[in-house]
Every structure is written in structure tokens, then in C-alpha cells.
Ligand binder design. Structure first.
Ligand code: PHE
Ligand code: CO
Length: 295
């Protein structure tokens, strides 16, 4: 099997991250080894168990509707046939994390890039960069949801725009992505639930974000989030809670251009801080928090 072509390391607000060749690759499905399929099966079963009563109903229902099972690594072409009729999203295979503008452009056109390779057995619990399990199990199900699918496309368009405005705007938008798409919580009738992909693809964080006293859980506030720094190598110190996907879409509908200008004048907020106006679901105990800097 070919190996992913890492083309450069990019210095971003997330530190040094690998960026891969931007080309679209066909999923080399026949080349997956028995080990690869076994990693998928083990992670899939484990997460579905952990996510009962933790992931939001929309996520679990969408994952079932897509026909994802532990039996084998899904074929992108099979999933595409289902998504085409549902929300028009299309999966494209990529080598890994893309340069920002390429990523935004794909989302703006309802193409979701999925890393074709899966982590090794010794990386079951943690991997520093997105792999097939994170992308496919974590991100793809909610693309079957009309509201969330629209949000992702709007985010892509907003990303192209922010990229043209400058680094500050891009940083504000990246924080929004981080605290919603990757690490978002949602309030369901029966309690707080997970919808963020970075959480649903991690056993440890799926438990931590809801069951632990350590992190803050704070009501969604667009500009507050856009000012808030975050953690890349530890569990989050703060999670933001939306009431519904409608709330997320409504709050992000306005043109961000004046907001970026306003935020450029304000300081960033450390990841664990609680502010006076915060709608607190839970004030974190801060137990076990890393003392080194947030990104
Ligand atoms: N409304 C945002 C803008 O004008 C675009 C956007 C939508 C960004 C949804 C994120 C999420 O830039
Ligand atoms: Co992700």
C-alpha cells in the first residue's frame, strides 16, 4: 500500500501541523489489511457502546441510516450513494489534513475530505492527527442531517471569506469550528449530549466531557467562543453547549466581517476561564488541568 505524502509542516495557531498533498485519492479499499479492518471494528464497537446515552440522537440515528457497521471499513462509494440522496454531500479521499483554503473550498462545495488511512493498533486510544476513524465515524454521520449539513457548507464559504480577510479572522473562525464541529455539546430533552466529532471519536473524552467535574460547560455564545483559546493535546477545559442545530445556524448566519473587526481589538480568553456573563451549566473544578499554555 502507498504511504501518505506529507508535503510540508505548517505553522498555525495549533502549532506545527503536517499538511498533505492536496490531490484527491481513490480509497484503496482492496488494500486494507485484516489489521486495518480489525482496528475499525474494535473502535466502532467500543465507541457505540460509550456513546449510548452520551451522543445526541441525531448522530446515532444518522450513523445507523448510513449503514456503518463494525464488519468492515466502509467504502466511500457506498456511503456516497446514500448521502447523495439525503443531503447531497460527497466524500472525497485525501492523504490527511489539508491546507486551510483547500479544506474550505471542499466544504463550500459540499465535499467532505476523509483521510483514507486508519491508525495502527498501538494508536487505538490516541492519535495526534485525523485518520479515517476520526473523519468517517466522527464527522460524516451528521452530514446526513440537513441542518448540520448546511452549517458545514456555510462554514466552508465563511472560511474562504475569512482567509481573504486575514490571520485574525481565520483564528476566530477556527475557534468556532473547534468548539462546535469538533468539541460541541448539545442540550437534549433528557440532558446534555455530544455532537462534536473530536469527542465522539475518543473514548476518554466522550466520558470526560459529560461525566467529569473538571471542565466548564457553558452555553453557546458566538463571540465569546471566537475569543476562546483551546487545548490540542489534552481534554478541553471548556465545552460550549448549543440548544439546537437551529440555534447554531441562526447565530452564525450574519456576516462575520464586522465581528472580526471588533474582535481584533479584544484580548483572547484562556481556555479554562469563566466570565461574568457566561451561562453556566457547570463550573469546572479545574482538577488535572495542564498549566502550560493553550493554543
Ligand atoms: N456567516 C459567516 C460569515 O459571514 C459564515 C459562517 C457560517 C461561518 C457558518 C461559520 C459557520 O463569515
Ligand atoms: Co476533525
Amino acid at each position: 500500500m502507498s504511504t501518505p505524502r506529507r508535503v510540508e509542516n505548517l505553522h498555525t495557531d495549533k502549532g506545527k501541523v503536517p499538511v498533505y498533498a492536496t490531490g484527491i485519492v481513490e480509497q484503496p479499499w482492496d488494500d486494507y489489511s485484516a489489521d486495518d479492518h480489525a482496528v475499525w471494528a474494535r473502535l466502532f464497537r467500543r465507541q457505540r457502546e460509550v456513546l449510548k446515552g452520551r451522543a445526541c440522537d441525531e448522530f446515532l440515528e444518522a450513523q445507523d441510516a448510513m449503514g456503518m457497521t463494525p464488519d468492515a471499513i466502509p467504502k466511500f462509494s457506498d456511503l456516497n450513494a446514500i448521502m447523495h440522496g439525503a443531503t447531497g454531500w460527497e466524500l472525497i479521499g485525501v492523504e490527511g489534513l489539508l491546507p486551510e483554503l483547500d479544506f474550505f473550498d471542499h466544504l463550500a462545495n459540499r465535499r467532505f475530505p476523509v483521510t483514507w488511512w486508519i491508525r495502527k493498533p498501538e494508536q487505538i486510544d490516541y492519535i495526534e492527527e485525523p485518520d479515517l476513524f476520526h473523519d468517517l465515524f466522527g464527522h460524516v454521520p451528521l452530514l446526513m442531517n440537513p441542518l448540520f449539513g448546511d452549517y458545514m457548507q456555510a462554514y466552508g464559504r465563511g472560511g474562504v471569506k475569512a482567509h481573504g480577510i486575514g490571520a485574525g479572522a481565520l483564528q476566530n473562525l477556527t475557534r468556532l469550528y473547534w468548539y462546535t464541529v469538533e468539541f460541541g455539546l448539545i442540550r437534549q430533552q433528557d440532558g446534555l449530549r455530544i455532537y462534536g466529532s473530536g469527542i465522539v471519536s475518543s473514548k476518554g473524552e466522550s466520558i470526560h466531557c459529560l461525566d467529569s467535574d473538571a471542565p466548564n460547560r457553558i452555553g453557546f455564545d458566538l463571540e465569546r467562543i471566537m475569543r476562546t483559546r483551546y487545548r490540542i493535546d489534552t481534554f478541553q477545559k471548556t465545552y460550549f453547549v448549543i440548544d439546537s442545530f437551529e440555534q447554531l445556524i441562526e447565530a452564525t448566519r450574519p456576516d462575520f466581517t464586522p465581528i472580526y473587526a471588533r474582535l481584533a481589538e479584544q484580548d483572547s480568553i484562556p481556555a479554562g476561564n469563566v466570565l461574568e456573563g457566561d451561562k453556566l451549566f457547570h463550573r469546572g473544578s479545574g482538577e488535572g488541568w495542564a498549566t502550560d499554555a493553550d493554543v
